[in-house]
Structure formats: C-alpha cells, structure tokens
Design a protein around this ligand. Structure first.
Ligand SMILES: [Zn+2]
Length: 291
C-alpha cells in the first residue's frame, strides 16, 4: 500500500512535469511558422493585413536575374512579393538602366515566400508590398551567387544622415523620383539628408516629394511601399503621408540630427510582444496551411 501510493505520487509528479513542459512550449511564434516556409502558398495572390502585421497569399518569386536587375542575398529567400510589386520592380529597374553607370537595380529584401513576420531583420515586409532597393549602382548584372552574398551596398550619408555624401548622384534623385511618381507607390523611406537634398535639387512639380519619407537608417538602400491593389479587400493600407511636400519636416529631422534635443525624461519604449499566429488576420492560418 505504501509502495503503491509512492508509485502513484511519482506518476502524478511525472504527469504534472509533462503538462508544465507542454505549457512552457506553448504556441510557436508567427515568425517561426512563416520563417520555415520555403515556397509560396498555392492560392491566388493577395495581400492580407498590414505591412507589419500580415501575410501574403500566392506570392511570386522575382527571377534571380533579369534584363535590368539582380536579386541580392539569395540565401535569405526573400525575393518574393505580390505580382504588382514584381511588376513595379521590373519597371523601375528598366528606368534605372537608362541612367549613366547603371545597368539596372540590385534588389534587396522583399518578402519571405508567404510573407508574415521574419526571424530577423524587418518589422514590415509582411504583406507582399514592400521592397528594399540597393543604393549601390548596378554596374554589372552578372554577379554570381557568392558575389551576391558578399558584396555590400554603399552608404549615401554623411553626418549621421544629415547630408548626402559624394556617392549620391543625379541618378539616385531620378530613380527615387520615378519611384515616387509611380501610381502604385504609397511611400518611400530614405534617410533625412537625402530627402532634403532632393527638395533642394528638384525642379518642376513637387507633388512626388510628398511620398519621400525621412526615416532612420535607409542610407544603404531605400524602401518602397506599394498601396494595397484595387479590390484587395483584406489588405490594410497605412494612412497616406501628410499633405504637402514634407520638405520642412525633413529639414526638422536634419536639424535634430545636427542639434539633438535633450532626451525626453518621460520616454518609455513601447513594449513589443512577438506575434503568434492568432495575432495576425485569420486568413494567414490558411496561407500557412495551403500547399
Ligand atoms: Zn525595407
């Protein structure tokens, strides 16, 4: 009797241990689920949710090389996007190829095969509509796989982003302007000094400058974000940039870089929880499950 009850309590302890272990394992993170997918879902293409909280159905892979582009860092497997984004990249690269010294574009991260949160690197690039474009002029389009892993882009900034450096050229201005004038494009992120330079150098219409948004980083590449395609019912757009060319606002960014204001004593960084699948739009479960 004594022996049996000891055996029972051992079993009970074992069961309790197993239960707590499964509880600790709990739900996998969304980035682990999406980061594990090697191929697109076999669904019709759709952006689902927002740029920083969504996923992509029916993604398309940008061919590793084309007449006017090369996809970089192929080992990351992030050269996936919605068809509208692929078309945009092809069009912009054809424009870039007309610039002196450029044969086209080196294309950085787009999305994982099914979009969604990533294991490393970006908070956005989730719904199929984001693309990073290298600032390094694509002077040749025969880079090998290993060159695409090892070559780095070049920085365009000086004084922590307050100004452009000598790598910045009229071609960069024209390529960013062309991208911003594209009706498919919602906004473009670039470091503040570049926006201020474009504001100064611009001749003619200024409407396109509204889409050029000063942001942290973004001096080795610029980031293009497309609008939700027409009729994409599950796609969530960001609020459009404020009215006007945004040049004064960009100058404020620059002034704050040159003369940093004293730190706000009440500033508390927002706590950020990692998403699980249930945090994303419900259609994202179907995107994961699809063949
Ligand atoms: Zn980006």
């Amino acid at each position: 009797m004594v022996i049996r009850s000891r055996a029972n309590s051992l079993i009970a302890a074992f069961v309790a241990l197993c239960l707590s272990a499964t509880l600790v394992q709990a739900e996998p993170l969304a980035k682990e689920l999406f980061g594990a997918k090697r191929d697109a879902s076999s669904q019709s293409p759709a952006a689902i949710g927002g740029f920083s909280k969504g996923c992509m159905a029916g993604g398309v892979q940008l061919p590793e090389s084309g007449p006017t582009w090369q996809a970089m860092r192929l080992s990351r497997n992030r050269n996936w996007a919605l068809p509208v984004t692929i078309d945009f990249v092809k069009d912009l690269s054809a424009f870039a190829a007309k610039q002196p010294g450029w044969k086209g574009l080196y294309v950085g991260d787009m999305q994982q095969p099914r979009g969604g949160p990533m294991l490393s690197g970006h908070r956005s690039h989730q719904s199929g509509l984001d693309v990073d474009i290298w600032m390094l002029p694509a002077s040749r389009l025969n880079l090998t796989r290993s060159e695409r892993e090892n070559i780095s882009s070049i920085s365009m900034r000086r004084a922590k982003g307050a100004f452009v450096n000598d790598n910045w050229s009229r071609a960069h201005h024209r390529i960013l302007r062309e991208a911003a004038r594209d009706r498919r494009v919602a906004r473009i992120f670039v470091f503040p000094g570049a926006k201020v330079q474009m504001c100064k150098d611009n001749k003619g219409g200024r409407a396109w400058l509204r889409k050029i948004r000063p942001w942290w980083g973004h001096h080795y590449h610029f980031h293009v974000r497309l609008k939700c395609p027409a009729g994409a019912t599950n796609c969530v757009d960001q609020a459009p940039p404020p009215a006007g060319d945004g040049c004064a606002e960009a100058q404020e960014w620059v002034d704050n870089i040159l003369n940093p204001p004293p730190p706000d004593p009440n500033y508390k960084p927002k706590p950020r929880r990692e998403y699980v699948l249930a945090d994303l739009p419900k259609q994202c479960a179907g995107v994961l499950q699809s063949r």
